[in-house]
Design a protein around this ligand. Structure first.
Ligand code: TYD
Length: 232
């Protein structure tokens, strides 16, 4: 049965290798199993033009990209994503879960590339017409742990991932500063906690937001279900 509910916008943020995709997919499965309509999406990407910009901005093959050009490319992809995908989905009552959003630009281009938080934020305010997540889940990862996790197996690093640890350290602190400035809109969790613990803490927070927004989830229905995703 599908539950009609007000839309909710959730962003997952964190350094590379934080495990955002795993947790975004756990949350999405859990909410779908409760009858909610969920859209999982990612940045850069989420639209045809956004996916093209993604491959341009992440590939090593295009030589050096000037930091402002890089910030504008992420913002251009985000403008399309916000207007063509996220806003329409929210208007239909969908729960939108995005892997990265504005905070990634503030952290990577603002802090990592040294453009400053203020300019990058105002560029993105303009690009998204002020569309902000209801909740940002920040998975805080130590840069060296992140590198170990993302290069496990034979995975290769994209243009931004391959930057040195001090770049990733600046990013980590920028994410934490954003969360500290608006604590009620963030859930900050240590990325090295176990997957099940993270999944249930995230679900608990999202469910309380949904109930506060008027979604017809009763405390009984929430407690009677196990946390989905406990697959072998
Ligand atoms: P991501 O999709 O998390 O990488 P992967 O799919 O390989 O796990 O993000 C791609 C990279 O783009 C990542 O290094 C962070 C970077 N990025 C920015 O620098 N600015 C941004 O605004 C966004 C959305 C991503």
């Amino acid at each position: 049965m599908s539950i009609k509910s007000p839309g909710l916008f959730i962003a997952f943020e964190g350094g590379d290798g934080a495990g955002k995709s795993t947790q975004a997919s756990r949350l999405s499965d859990a909410l779908e199993s409760r009858g909610l309509t969920v859209l999982r999406t990612r940045e850069p990407g989420g639209t045809p033009i956004g996916e093209k910009l993604r491959s341009l901005v992440l590939d090593h093959g295009h030589g050096t990209i000037d930091p402002r050009t890089e910030a504008l490319m992420f913002a251009a992809a985000r403008a399309a994503h916000a207007s063509q995908v996220i806003r329409p989905a929210l208007a239909e009552g969908t729960v939108v879960i995005t892997d990265r959003y504005i905070d990634s630009s503030v952290a990577y281009q603002g802090a990592g590339r040294g453009l400053g938080a203020e300019g990058v934020l105002s560029l993105n305010e303009w690009a998204t017409e002020g569309l902000h997540p209801d909740l940002t889940v920040l998975l805080d990862v130590d840069p060296s742990d992140g590198r170990r996790r993302r290069t496990a197996g034979d995975a290769t690093e994209d243009r931004l991932e391959s930057e040195p640890d001090d770049f990733h350290s600046a990013i980590r602190h920028a994410f934490l500063d954003l969360a500290a400035a608006a604590p009620s809109s963030y859930l900050v969790l240590p990325a090295d906690a176990d997957i099940e613990t993270l999944a249930s803490r995230i679900l608990e927070r999202v469910e309380s937001l949904l109930v506060a927004n008027g979604a017809p989830l009763t405390p009984e229905s929430l407690q009677s279900e196990t946390v989905p995703g406990d697959r072998p």
